[in-house]
Design a protein around this ligand. Structure first.
Ligand code: CMC
Length: 431
């Protein structure tokens, strides 16, 4: 806390009021306006939270102008190159990277919870085979809360801890089951001897009739996708998880709410929408036409995988994903892949175009992650599930931070009411 104050002078001789200014470790200062309503009877108006810090957080930091992303102070580039996903999970949840002993303990704790209750299989049978895997994931993750009555006391740290391990461990199993169900193949049980990413690939792609060997390059690429999507401070789905959790809802219900929010095409659904867009463009010769359409407000069309609420510079995750994209396509001999070439051309033209330059619209992580996943054989409608799988750890870390925060209150925004004034109900004959 500092002694610095921001002074608000209200018009017409109303009061002049001081509000404290708080400084974070890095990033913009925050004017603490919690007392505004009480002191002035007025509220702030900030739809979309463009200028509102909803909480204090020590987990993730983004500098959108510089293209910087830090998890617990570590640059994403260093984490992506030197750590695996479970090390990053340990970091996000506990604040520090694990040493080798801690890593062994943490990994085995996660991997010991990978199986889901056998009754969960029955939920799947209720879904249509063509149900979107995100619809299945929202439902089944929410349903997990029905299985753990004994450990849902939010005030009990050991209950919160076991729930976090269950969620991180079971979400790949549920996501893989959603996929297997959609293609009519039997569910594949987890193999806890494999790494987190290799196990997920095996649950997705193996069938009982054949031996399956995990390709290390592809498992590493998937692990990187997980690391890059693990957390992203107070984005829409994370804020949803915090808001749901602020009422005391159980963690499984909160994560299901986060998954629902992530599904939207402006958020996690963008990687699927981006691939659909590339398919629709179809050929390099049509890139110009689509760039023109994206610049035309009346078309309602946006270049998917471009732009970001916070990054007004190249998304650092996109740079790493671009690198992985080359690695994966090289490994699979797909360097001349039609959609990849199309994506490169689209990126080149957009980065030179005044409209995109002036509005600082750069490719975001989803621009490349869809191409990587498609090359790995992951179907388009699974992309957002994979994002949800990776983001689960971030959601849990943020949820846990919120529960432990002494300033935490139920999230309850105010509004600027613009509806009818007070009026009387007329009898039905008079209306
Ligand atoms: N294509 C064309 N124009 C765009 C685009 C785009 N992809 N994105 C923004 N604009 C324009 C927009 O029309 C607006 O123009 P104007 O100022 O003339 O009205 C200006 O740029 C600012 O856009 P905005 O919608 O006010 O910006 P925002 O911060 O509210 O939205 C966004 C950010 C990510 C929702 C938006 O850029 C978008 O819809 N991008 C496409 C979807 C996408 O790729 N989403 C993935 C985000 S990264 C993954 C994640 O973290 O979830």
């Amino acid at each position: 806390m500092s002694d610095r104050k921001a002074n608000l002078i209200l018009p017409n001789g109303e009061a002049s009021i001081d509000f404290p200014i708080h400084s974070g470790t890095i990033g913009p200062d925050a004017v603490d306006i919690r007392a505004l309503l009480g002191k002035t009877g007025k509220v702030t108006y900030d739809p979309g939270f463009l200028s509102t810090a909803s909480c204090r957080s020590a987990i993730t930091y983004i500098d959108g102008d510089e293209g910087v992303l830090l998890y617990r102070g570590y640059p994403i580039e260093q984490l992506a190159k030197n750590c695996d996903f479970l090390e990053v999970c340990h970091l996000l949840l506990n604040g520090e990277l694990p040493n080798s002993e801690e890593k062994t303990r943490f990994d085995s704790k996660v991997m010991r919870h990978t199986m889901v209750h056998d009754q969960i299989n029955n939920f799947f049978r209720g879904f249509r085979r063509d149900a979107h895997p995100m619809a299945i994931l929202v439902g089944t993750v929410g349903a997990l809360s029905a299985f753990y009555h004994d450990s849902l006391d939010l005030d009990n740290p050991s209950h919160r801890e076991i729930s976090q391990f269950r969620l991180i461990a079971k979400i790949p199993t549920l996501a893989a089951m959603a996929y297997k169900y959609s293609v009519g193949q039997p569910f594949v049980y987890p193999d806890n001897e494999l790494s987190y990413s290799a196990n997920f690939m095996r649950m997705l792609f193996s069938v009982p009739a054949e031996e399956y060997k995990v390709n290390d390059t592809l498992a590493r690429a998937l692990d990187r996708i997980f690391i890059l999507h693990a957390d992203h401070e107070q984005n829409a789905s994370t804020s949803t998880v915090r808001l749901a959790g602020s009422s005391g809802a159980n963690p499984f219900a909160c994560i299901a709410a986060g998954i629902a929010c992530l599904w939207g095409p402006a958020h996690g659904g963008a990687n699927e929408a981006c691939l659909d867009m590339l398919e629709e463009i179809g050929d390099v010769s049509r890139v110009g036409e689509y760039i023109k359409k994206a610049k035309d407000k009346n078309s309602g069309f946006r270049l998917m995988g471009f732009g970001h609420r916070v990054y007004k510079n190249y998304d650092p995750r996109a740079k790493l994903m671009r690198e992985t994209c080359h690695e994966v396509l090289g490994e699979l001999g797909l360097e001349n892949d039609r959609l990849f070439k199309l994506a490169m051309e689209l990126e080149r033209i957009a980065l030179e175009d005044d409209y995109f330059v002036e509005k600082k619209l750069y490719p975001n992580v989803d621009f490349y992650s869809g191409i990587v996943q498609r090359a790995m054989g992951i179907p388009t409608n699974m992309f957002t599930c994979i994002f949800a799988l990776a983001r689960t750890v971030g959601w849990i870390a943020q949820w846990n931070e919120m529960i432990s925060d002494s300033e935490q209150k139920i999230g309850r925004p105010r509004q600027l009411y613009v509806g009818e004034g007070l009026r009387d109900v007329k009898s039905i004959q008079q209306r």
